[in-house]
Design a binder for this molecule. Structure first.
Ligand code: ADP
Length: 580
C-alpha cells in the first residue's frame, strides 16, 4: 500500500496533483483506520474466543509472564484473574508440545494436560497455552483398567478354582478305580466333560503296538462317531503325532489345527487315510493337544484332547493342566494294570492249588488205605520192626493229607467257592467234637486238654462246619506249639447274644513283632526251636477268612515262653450278615 502511494507521488505533478494527493491521503487514512478497527475487532474477537473457551487458556509472553488468563484458567489454577496477569506462569512452555502438569491443590493433585501454540498477543509474540483438567478422565480410565484387571483376575481365579476342583475330583474318581477299563473310561469322560470337545485315549500294548482304547465326545450325537474311530489301528509308520509323543515322552500342542496351510497340514497328520480325515473334519478340529501317560518310567499311552470350537484354542495353561492330569491318570492306570495282573496271578495260583490238592489226594488215600491194611496184617502179619515202619508211613501220609486239606481249603476260600450255611448250633456238642479229636493228639504230646463251657447249654446261629474248622485249627496249633501244660477251649456267651471262644495254651508263645503277620497266608515264624511238625503257614489265614465269613473277628495275645490265647468273637444275630 505504501509502495503504491509512493508510485503515485512520483507520477503526478502540479496543483491538481496536490488535490489528488490530499484525496489519496484521506482515503489511505480511512483505509488505515478501517484496518485498525478491523484489527481491534479481530483481537477482541480472539480475546472473546479465548475468554469463552471451555478449556483454561493462559497467554504467556516470551519471558514466561502471564499476559492473560480466562475464567476457566483462574478456576483451575485457583487464583483470581487479576492476580494472575503479570505473574510468572511457573511452568515451562514449549510451542507445539503437549505436556502433563501436576497441580497441587489442598484437596489433592489435579492432572492437567497442556497444549501450547505460538501466537501473538496485543502485537507481541506470545504463547497460548490451553490447559485441560484430565484428572476425572484419567480416574475413569484407571477405574476401567482396574475393572478389566479385576475381571481378568476374577475369571483367572475362577478358572483356577474350577481346574483345582476338577483335578481334585479327577484324582478321587481315578483313584477309586482298580479296573483298567473303568479307569480309562472315567478318564475319557472326565476330559470330555471339562477340558475338550472330544478325547481319545491311546495305549501301548505288550507288543509295543499303539491302540485307541477309549474315546468320548461331549455331544451325544458324535459319541458313536468317535467310538468308531477306536477300531482304527495306529500304524507305527504313520507319522501320527501320538507316536512322537510316546517316543519323546513330550507333549504336543497345536493351537491352529484348522489352518492346514500355516501349520503344515497338522489336522491331516492325525488321519491315516482320506476316510479318517473326513471323519476328523466332520467332528471339527480347531486345536488339539496330546500328553503322554508315563508311570514308573514306562510310557503307557497318551491322551489326545481336541477342541472343535474356534473360541477354544488350547494354550500353555491347558497343556500344563492336561499334563498334571495325565501324570495322575498314568499312575491310576498303572495301578489298575498291576492290580489286574495280581488278580490274574492270584486266580492262577488258586486254580493250581485246587488242581494239586485234588490230584494228590487220590494217590495219598491209596497209601493210607494200604498202610492200614498192612498194619492190620493183611495180606500177611508184619514183623514188629516192619509194623513200626508201616505206621510211620501211615502217620506221614495222614500229615500230608492234613496239609493238602489245608491247601485245598485255602484255595476254595480264595476262589470264593465256600458257602456259609447258618443254622442253630449246639455249641456244647460242637466243643465236645473238637475235644474228641484233639484230646488224643494233645495226650500224645504229654499235654492236657480241657473244655470250659457255661452252665446253660449255649445255642448259636452260625455255620457249624466253618466254626468246627476254626476251632480245630486253633486247638491244633495250640497242641503243635506247646511242649507242656494244658490246652483250654473256653466258651463264653457275649452280652450281644453272640459267643466268644478262647483257645489258651502254655506253649512257646509268639513275639510281638510277629503277631501282626501270623494271619497272613504262607507266613510262619521261622525259628529252629519251633516244633518239628511243619505246617503250611495257611492255618491262621484260613481261620481269619472263615471267621470273617461268619461275620466275626479273631485276635491274639501272646507272651513268648508263657503261651498264647486266640479269641474268636461271633455275633449272635443276623444270619443275613453271614457269608462275608
Ligand atoms: P502253620 O501251618 O505254620 O501252623 P499257621 O497259619 O497256623 O501256620 O500259623 C502261622 C504261624 O503262627 C506258625 O508258623 C507259628 O509260628 C505261629 N503260631 C500259630 N499258633 C501258635 C500258637 N498257639 N503258639 C505259638 N505260635 C503259634
Amino acid at each position: 500500500m505504501l509502495l503504491a502511494f509512493d508510485g503515485r507521488m512520483q507520477n503526478d505533478s502540479g496543483a491538481g496533483a496536490a488535490t489528488t494527493a490530499e484525496a489519496d491521503i484521506t482515503q489511505l487514512l480511512r483505509e488505515l483506520e478501517r484496518r485498525t478497527r478491523e484489527l481491534q475487532q479481530s483481537r477482541s474477537h480472539f480475546r472473546d474466543v479465548i475468554e469463552r473457551n471451555a478449556d483454561a487458556i493462559v497467554v504467556v509472553d516470551r519471558k514466561g509472564v502471564i499476559r492473560f488468563a480466562n475464567d476457566v484458567a483462574a478456576a483451575l489454577l485457583r487464583r483470581q484473574r487479576a492476580d494472575l496477569t503479570g505473574t510468572e506462569f511457573g511452568f515451562p512452555v514449549t510451542a507445539g508440545e503437549t505436556t502433563e502438569l501436576d497441580l497441587l491443590h489442598p484437596d489433592g493433585v489435579r492432572v492437567v494436560e497442556m497444549r501450547v501454540v505460538e501466537s501473538e498477543w496485543e502485537g507481541e509474540a506470545a504463547y497460548i497455552a490451553s490447559l485441560r483438567d484430565t484428572t476425572e478422565r484419567r480416574r475413569a480410565e484407571e477405574g476401567a483398567r482396574r475393572l478389566i484387571r479385576e475381571q481378568a483376575a476374577r475369571s483367572a481365579a475362577e478358572s483356577a478354582a474350577r481346574r483345582f476342583r476338577f483335578q481334585a475330583d479327577a484324582g478321587t474318581a481315578l483313584s477309586a478305580q482298580v479296573d483298567y477299563a473303568a479307569t480309562v473310561s472315567t478318564l475319557a469322560s472326565l476330559c470330555a466333560d471339562e477340558m475338550a470337545d472330544w478325547v481319545v485315549i491311546y495305549a501301548v500294548d505288550e507288543h509295543g503296538k499303539v491302540r485307541r482304547v477309549e474315546s468320548a465326545h461331549c455331544e451325544p450325537e458324535h459319541v458313536e462317531t468317535v467310538r468308531a474311530l477306536r477300531e482304527l489301528p495306529v500304524p507305527l509308520d504313520s507319522g501320527h503325532p501320538v507316536l512322537e509323543v510316546l517316543r519323546t515322552r513330550m507333549p504336543v500342542l497345536v493351537t491352529h489345527a484348522d489352518d492346514d496351510s500355516a501349520d503344515h497340514g497338522r489336522a491331516s497328520r492325525l488321519a491315516h487315510d482320506d476316510r479318517h480325515l473326513e471323519i476328523i473334519r466332520r467332528l471339527g478340529i480347531t486345536s488339539y493337544l496330546i500328553v503322554p501317560l508315563v508311570a514308573r518310567d514306562r510310557a503307557l499311552g497318551a491322551i489326545k484332547l481336541v477342541s472343535s470350537r474356534p473360541d477354544r484354542r488350547f494354550n500353555d495353561d491347558d497343556l500344563a493342566w492336561a499334563s498334571d492330569l495325565a501324570s495322575r491318570a498314568a499312575l491310576a492306570l498303572d495301578n489298575a494294570r498291576l492290580y489286574q495282573a495280581a488278580q490274574e496271578a492270584n486266580h492262577a495260583k488258586s486254580d493250581l492249588l485246587a488242581v494239586i490238592s485234588h490230584d494228590l489226594r487220590t494217590p495219598l488215600n491209596a497209601i493210607i488205605g494200604y498202610s492200614e491194611l498192612l498194619s492190620m496184617g493183611i495180606p500177611d502179619p508184619l514183623t514188629d520192626a516192619a509194623l513200626v515202619h508201616v505206621e510211620r508211613v501211615g502217620k506221614s501220609a495222614h500229615h500230608l493229607l492234613y496239609l493238602i486239606d489245608e491247601l485245598s481249603s485255602f484255595a476254595r476260600i480264595e476262589a470264593g467257592s465256600i458257602a456259609v450255611k447258618p443254622q442253630d448250633v449246639d455249641v456244647r456238642a460242637l466243643a465236645q467234637e473238637v475235644s474228641t479229636v484233639m484230646e488224643p493228639l494233645a495226650a500224645e504230646r504229654g499235654l492236657a486238654f480241657r473244655v470250659d463251657l457255661p452252665l446253660e447249654p449255649p445255642v448259636l446261629h452260625t455255620d457249624p462246619d466253618r466254626l468246627r474248622q476254626v476251632l480245630l485249627n486253633l486247638t491244633g496249633n495250640a497242641v503243635k506249639y506247646s511242649q507242656h501244660g494244658t490246652i483250654v477251649l473256653e466258651v463264653v456267651p457275649a452280652a450281644d447274644g453272640g459267643m466268644v471262644f478262647h483257645v489258651r495254651d502254655n506253649g512257646i508263645g509268639i513275639s510281638a513283632d510277629h503277631l501282626a503277620k501270623i494271619f497272613d497266608p504262607f507266613w510262619q515264624v521261622d525259628a529252629q526251636e519251633r516244633t518239628a511238625i511243619r505246617g503250611t503257614g495257611l492255618g491262621l489265614s484260613i481261620v481269619r477268612r472263615l471267621v470273617n465269613m461268619l461275620a466275626g473277628e479273631v485276635s491274639v495275645e501272646s507272651v513268648v515262653g508263657e503261651g498264647s490265647t486266640f479269641t474268636v468273637r461271633l455275633p449272635g444275630l443276623g444270619a443275613e450278615r453271614l457269608g462275608g
